[in-house]
Design a protein around this ligand. Structure first.
Ligand code: SF4
Length: 658
């Protein structure tokens, strides 16, 4: 093992125990299973069966259904019977919060139950209580008494279990001792796991979800380390980012969290939680999982033990500053215009700039790219003041005005001492272990880079293990004390834009989460003349990745639950409504949660919460504090805006877009 993974430089699945969910095998190198959760009322058998079928037809290998009380748990039998009657044998999972009675009924009916250790026994009061060791022990015994009957039923009926910890719903006991931390999440699951093992029950899957991919990734890694050191074996892992939201942002956030772990061979089943109909989650899961079927890449040298601290420290790689890159600057975005035939002012609209003919001025948006790579093309109009262009060295050297652009060198050009360079900033391409690509003379290259305060390194790799290759190079830079800022270049040759989005999010997101990268540049490998890059989309994805990794905040963040049988309003419609009036509030985190039972806990670190608290009623939160209760749904969005205004988090849209 290298830290928490079998390998940090090649794709190797983490060895986990095998769990049987009905006839489906999970863990122990079985294929990564895809699952989702219904959003219908569990008491509505017909609607739940039909939605389950849509999910199964789309490719779900497990379907989860909420069971908030005994009635819903009992109705799982009708749902299961109807599905079996219609020829669908897909295992069902009961989702339990707060209700051990419902769990004990469901465990006799469906193939798997999911319990949340944060609220299975504890009623969350958001209280900070001081627990002595004796009090703490007493609480654990209380859990043992309440949880053991479920374990015994699961054992008797051959039912699997997921101990599913959520960052936002840790018990008051865990919060008081460990705080709202990844280690608290791990301990929360370990308490239940120890009880299950003491009953010789091992048919268990674990999850550590959070709406923040950074927290989620850290919690899973810690859990693996804990299981290895304490239990000497590892249970299969269910991966997911909670409340990821919808659309492009929801997909990016999920891909970063789930993909960062899968890249290291971690994860046996995944769920992408989107605020959309559950069947739409499945293609995203498929695009993610597909990347790991027969994944093999050119060997990358293993990481020395002494270098592992770079990865475990969870801090940003130190770099010096060159203009607006590196040091304390947020990561920059480089737009790739190299495949364009000619570059016009309209093209800049795709990357966040708007030209006003009357005032003859450029307006710069929050998501405006910082550099444009133009390869060998010239730009013959005046650029916005904040935008710089990058040209290949051979074009740059022949240009009359060398100040107009920045040169980019390949490794050979850069090592040639005869060539001229820019006095202030130069980009240097560095290939990271690409297949069929001669590796550079790293000794000379590193020596030169180390003493060059103008060189920004651009790291790219065509290796199938591109993320690991670039990560390995970042570590080599550290080992050689090279502190030049470095940009991650990520190109895709995937068949569809949906797959490309997953590709970009995983390969750059995983590195950004580990503190690597002072900028990103997204593009395409293929040379299909009919498929020109959609620069607007690429720019939006790039800023979405930086937002999801919380390395550069450029827009409002929405934390919206996927909805389930507990949901008290139309979540998709409400999310769209709230987004329409608040999407100009850069950096504000707004949670939109379907129910008051789990919503307040699950909305984690949101600044404001819009939570369903009864039919047609909404409760509004500032952080974890209730500000307005039972607001009629018809005026709730307006009241949310009032709350934002009272909290000085509101800006008039006209001022932002002026
Ligand atoms: S927060 Fe949303 S997904 Fe979670 S239980 Fe409530 S309604 Fe269901």
């Amino acid at each position: 093992m290298e830290l928490y993974a079998e390998s940090l430089t090649e794709y190797k699945r983490l060895a986990t125990l095998e769990v049987k969910v009905g006839d489906l095998l999970l863990g122990n190198f079985n294929p990564i299973r895809i699952q989702t959760m219904t959003t219908t009322d569990t008491m509505n058998t017909k609607a739940t069966v039909e939605q389950s079928i849509r999910c199964i037809e789309a490719g779900a290998e497990l379907v989860r259904i909420t069971a908030p009380s005994k009635n819903e748990a009992e109705n799982l039998l009708n749902i299961k019977n109807e599905l079996r009657k219609r020829g669908y044998a897909t295992p069902l999972v009961a989702d339990i919060h707060f209700t051990p009675n419902a769990a004990e009924i469901a465990a006799r009916i469906v193939e798997k139950v999911r319990v949340n250790p944060g609220n299975y026994v504890d009623k969350k009061k958001f209280e900070l209580i001081e627990y002595s060791d004796a009090d703490y022990h007493e609480e654990i015994e209380r859990i043992r008494n309440r949880f053991t009957p479920l374990v015994k039923i699961c054992k008797e009926y051959g039912t699997a279990m997921r101990i599913g910890t959520n960052h936002g719903s840790l018990s008051d006991r865990i919060m008081s001792r460990y705080g709202d931390t990844p280690i608290g999440m791990v301990e929360s699951a370990m308490e239940f796991l120890r009880i299950a093992e003491s009953e010789n029950y091992y048919n268990i899957v674990l999850s550590m979800k959070s709406s923040n991919p950074q927290v989620m990734v850290e919690a899973y890694r810690l859990l693996i380390e804990n299981m290895h050191s304490e239990l000497r074996h590892c249970y299969p892992l269910h991966l997911g980012v909670t409340e990821a939201g919808d659309g492009e942002d929801g997909r990016i956030k999920s891909a970063i969290g789930i993909g960062t772990l899968l890249e290291d061979g971690i994860g046996d089943t995944i769920r992408v939680s989107l605020t959309e109909d559950p069947e739409f989650e499945i293609p995203v899961c498929k695009d993610i999982v597909k990347r790991y079927v027969d994944k093999k890449g050119t060997a990358v040298p293993p990481i020395e033990k002494s270098s592992l601290t770079f990865l475990s420290s969870n801090v940003k790689r130190p770099s010096f500053e060159i203009e607006n890159i590196g040091g304390k600057h947020v990561p920059v975005v480089i737009a790739d215009f190299s495949k364009k035939n000619n570059i016009t002012p309209q093209d800049l609209e795709d990357i966040g700039y708007k030209y006003n003919v009357i005032t003859d001025k450029w307006t710069i948006g929050d998501m405006a790219a910082d550099y444009v790579f133009c390869a060998d093309k010239n730009v013959d109009f005046t650029l916005p003041g904040t935008l710089r262009i990058i040209n290949n060295y051979n074009t740059w050297k022949d240009a009359a005005d060398k100040e107009k652009s920045i040169p980019i060198f390949d490794e050979k050009q850069y090592l040639n001492n005869e060539i001229i360079k820019s006095q202030s900033i130069n980009f240097v391409m560095l290939d990271c272990y690409s297949e069929l690509y001669p590796q550079p003379d790293k000794k000379s290259l590193f020596e030169k880079l180390k003493h060059d305060t103008t060189a920004v390194i651009c790291l790219s790799s065509t290796n199938k293990n591109a993320m690991q290759s670039i990560r390995r190079m970042f570590i080599e830079l550290e080992e050689n004390d090279i502190k030049n800022p470095a940009i991650i270049i990520c190109y895709s040759n995937d068949d569809t834009m949906d797959e490309s989005l997953i590709h970009y999010a995983i390969e750059t997101g995983a590195l950004l989460l580990e503190g690597f990268g002072n900028g990103i540049c997204l593009g395409y490998h293929y040379d299909d003349k009919n498929r020109l890059p959609d620069n607007k989309l690429l720019n939006s994805i790039a800023f979405g990745i930086l937002q999801a990794t919380r390395t550069r905040i450029s827009k409002t963040e929405y934390i919206s639950c996927p909805s389930c049988g507990r949901t008290l309003f139309d979540l998709q419609e409400t999310t769209a409504k709230i987004r329409a009036v608040t999407n100009h509030l850069k950096g504000v985190k707004i949670a939109i949660m379907g129910c008051i039972v789990n919503g307040p806990g699950e909305m984690a670190d949101a600044d404001f919460g819009y939570v369903g608290s009864g039919t047609g009623k909404i409760t509004l939160y500032r952080g974890k504090e209730i500000i307005k209760r039972s607001v009629p749904e018809e005026i709730a969005v307006e009241e949310l805006i009032n709350l934002l205004k009272e909290s000085e988090a509101w800006v008039e849209p006209a001022l932002v877009h002026a």
